[in-house]
Design a protein around this ligand. Sequence first.
Ligand SMILES: [Cu+2]
Length: 298
Amino acid sequence: MNGASTYSGLVDNAFWFILGSSLIMLVGITLTLIYFLVKYRRSKNPNPAQIEDNRKLELLWTVLPTILVMVMFYYGWAGFKVMRDTPDDAMEIIVNARMWSWSFQYPDGSQSAELYVPTGQPISLKLRSADVIHSFFVPEFRLKEDCMPGRENHAWFETTRDGTFDIFCAEYCGDLHSQMLSKVVSLPPAEFDRWLVDNASNISPEFLLQVKGCNACHSVDGRKGIGPTYKGLFGKTETVVTDGEVRQVVVDEAYIRHSILEPQADIVQGFDPVMPPMKDQISPEEIDILIEYIKLLK
Ligand SMILES: [Cu+2]
């Protein structure tokens, strides 16, 4: 499978070189082993010989493997340097990871749940996590880089062709880790520009619930998920655990806002405290839109 980023060939070189030399050694060592097994079998050589010192042989088995691993290192390093060195003219996109979804933020401030990029343009990624360690993995770009809480990581890529490419989370991060999937969509630059304008105008509550990852854990139709449903939430009396104490609260705007910004403060009884703290990934205006929407879900 050919890679779809400008540096995927460099990663493949290192891979094929290591695989190739390992295969040659596997075959060589196995054949030598069989040859010696036959040649020095007990029936022909009843008395074992003690062999000491063979300068030439010792030099050979020190120097050859050293050269071999240095060549492996060279190919690995050559690719690694390119991958860690973001070009100056790259477009910056913020990658937000949280249990169990991705979202992407563009220079104009707009967001999406799938990563849209113009083909042939270097993209600089700022990788963030709201909760635990995730790993941003796009196999076809040969790109895999961790997203860590409390610390920003970086990566970059440039696609070589239009197309749609899978994004996986490559670091086990809990219940729905295997569903933490998304896509990179690489478009011709003019089409990307059109997409960006369209996307920026989309701030419907349904879009926000998807792009902020709320849908992974909350339903709008009454189904219980990892978290409580939004249906019938507004105005209801909720039993929560606050600092170890069970208490009743009536769900109003302030409670919902607080639940989104500081999910660990009041834990709804019967649920695990797994909601990611959203304060760095959601704006006050976006919270207002969600609250108005939740009010309507009777
Ligand atoms: Cu993850």
